[in-house]
Design a protein around this ligand. Structure first.
Ligand code: ADP
Length: 476
């Protein structure tokens, strides 16, 4: 069983067992597919026996010293390549029926096209747990693989012949060629063999990777079947309520699982610092929490919004109403004064009752006296305060900072962090800061450490420090 409670199949015999399938049309189709599968399994067994015997025959022929052995080995080499290619073809046939059965077993509705994301998740899991991995075998690539394999066997045979000629152990009819010629031929053949071997492993990998990406694409699309008109609110005691959060990035060629299925709950008013090395998935997590990107699978509730089911337009509205960002760049509009810049953020909030009083806010960020000034009249620190006020004016449920002090000096970092602390205290706004700088953990009420797409640690910090108390020495 995996997390979704679905069965992950581990053997072909389990797939062939239809005891739990209720009688009906679906079962009749599945029985046919079990028959096909059994048929090809038998042929596969025979083909495997043929391959074993072809190998044996090939290996039994002693080194080529005369024409008879030459032609025997040539034939044996050809037969070996044929037996190998036969296995490829059968793998592809088997994979077809294994996949059909896998889908039918998991699909409750009886119609494969009506499969749900939860049902497909079990198949994704079976794939990732390396069960049936070899059986996702693309039929349309067989010719390329088989051709490459035949070439490899032929070049290997030719190399053996040439080496025997060089050693003087086999007199080929074409005696006139000097030794140099054969040495060169050997080098060329060695290169060709290496190329074939490289191509074989890269083809295997590419095709497998493409099949996986195709599966993930389908999974992603199924998860996101959206309701354009209305997505009902999901009430939760948490402002962030994630379960089994899973995120893949994919294109035609490959899919990567970046967030690997974890739970995460954050309460309104918490001050959260998310730490983790570069590439661990912090930004991806932040993008999903803030509605900038969608998870592939899992429960993703933010402030009662069911994000995974939302359309892009609905997500834009969600961000306007719920989310504040604080960027490294201040992004103030140069032709507007401080107050007007803050008003822009204020106007984003569609629920007017939530909007904060701009004068109070300017006071909180220490910019009351500069309300009429334009950005060029302000220092960097002051501009950052205005940008903080602008993101806060709509009174977002959550304010995010992605490496908010990444590009500034220590003094400025302290000021920015102090603003986060003040906002959190004064407005009970949930603050979520993503950083690789472990010093910030001391500020947080909750520390979350991300590593390789998992949450490695998640704890409440009982000994919170103030910004002044932070120890910056370790950053120097
Ligand atoms: P962090 O913020 O912790 O440095 P990220 O969330 O940016 O980590 O990235 C996590 C992993 O996801 C990295 O391996 C990265 O290469 C990969 N990744 C991020 N964005 C994409 C994307 N758009 N397409 C493919 N892979 C991505």
């Amino acid at each position: 069983m995996n997390k979704s409670g679905k069965k992950v199949f581990t053997s072909v015999n389990e797939l062939k067992n239809l005891n739990n399938i209720p009688n009906g049309k679906k079962k009749r189709i599945m029985m046919k597919n079990v028959e096909h599968l059994s048929h090809y399994l038998n042929i596969y067994r025979d083909a495997f026996a043929q391959l074993t015997s072809a190998k044996k025959t090939f290996n039994a022929i002693p080194s080529i010293t005369n024409l008879e052995r030459y032609s025997n080995k040539k034939i044996a080499s050809k037969k070996l390549a044929e037996a190998e290619n036969n296995i490829l073809i059968l793998k592809s046939k088997l994979s077809k029926y294994i996949n059909l059965l896998l889908y039918d077993h998991n699909c409750a509705s009886g119609k494969r096209s009506k499969m749900t994301a939860d049902e497909l998740y079990a198949i994704v899991s079976a794939y990732e747990n390396k069960e049936f991995k070899d059986n996702y075998f693309p039929a349309n690539r067989l010719k390329t693989l088989a051709q490459n394999n035949s070439n490899l066997r032929r070049f290997e045979f030719e190399l053996e012949v040439v080496n025997q000629i060089i050693k003087g152990k086999f007199n080929f009819s074409d005696k006139k060629k000097p030794e140099d010629y054969w040495v060169k031929q050997a080098a060329i053949l060695e290169k060709k063999i290496t190329a074939c071997k490289d191509r074989k492993s890269s083809l295997d990998e590419t095709f497998r990777s493409m099949q996986y990406a195709k599966l993930i694409k389908r999974f992603d699309q199924l998860s996101h079947k959206t309701n354009k008109n209305f997505v009902p609110a999901v009430h939760s005691e948490y402002v962030i309520d994630f379960e089994n959060l899973t995120k893949y990035y994919y294109n035609k060629w490959m899919a990567t699982k970046v967030l690997k299925g974890f739970d995460l709950k954050i309460k309104q008013g918490e001050f959260v610092v998310i730490l983790g090395p570069s590439g661990s998935g912090k930004t991806t997590l932040l993008n999903i929490m803030s509605g900038m990107d969608k998870a592939t699978y899992g429960k993703t509730i933010v402030n009662s919004n069911n994000l995974i089911k939302m359309t892009d337009n609905q997500l834009t509205q969600f961000r306007k109403d719920n989310i504040g960002y604080i960027f490294q760049q201040y992004g103030l509009l140069p032709n507007l004064n401080v107050r007007e810049n803050v008003e822009i953020g204020w106007n984003l909030q569609s629920d007017k009752s939530k909007r904060l009083n701009i004068d109070d806010l300017l006071k909180t960020v220490g910019m009351s006296e500069h309300a009429k000034k334009f950005p060029y009249e302000l220092s960097g620190g002051q501009q950052q305060r205005v940008s903080v006020a602008r993101s806060m004016a709509k009174n977002p449920a959550i304010v995010f900072g992605d490496e908010p002090t990444g590009a500034v000096d220590e003094e400025m970092s302290k000021q920015i962090l102090q603003l986060f602390v003040d906002i959190n205290k004064n407005y009970n706004t949930t603050v979520i800061i993503v950083t690789h700088n472990p010093i910030f953990a001391d500020l947080a009420s909750r520390v979350i450490k991300v590593n390789s797409g998992y949450i490695a640690q998640n704890y409440e910090n009982k000994k919170r420090k103030s910004v002044e108390e932070l120890d910056w020495s370790s950053t120097h």
